[in-house]
Design a protein around this ligand. Structure first.
Ligand SMILES: [Zn+2]
Length: 76
């Protein structure tokens, strides 16, 4: 009786181990999850297109350039 219980527990443990490995493999199929540090911080600005100032060549967010394609320094 005691031995049967032991075998049952061992079988359950093996089944649990297989289940965990199977779950891990399913996770691998989805591809590696990005580390938390690589994720964007909440409240951070979305990616902005960088454009080059037509005059001095400085790269700036496109929203920071004037309509003529120049940075604030050059358009003054
Ligand atoms: Zn400029």
């Amino acid at each position: 009786m005691n031995l049967r219980l032991l075998v049952l527990v061992a079988l359950a443990w093996v089944a649990w181990r297989f289940w965990q490995q199977w779950q891990q493999r399913r996770g691998d199929l989805r591809g590696p999850q990005p580390p938390p540090s690589a994720q964007q911080k909440p409240g951070a600005e979305p990616f902005e297109l960088m454009q080059r100032c037509a005059q001095c060549g400085t790269y700036l967010p496109s929203t920071a350039l004037s309509r003529s394609g120049r940075c604030g320094r050059c358009s003054d």
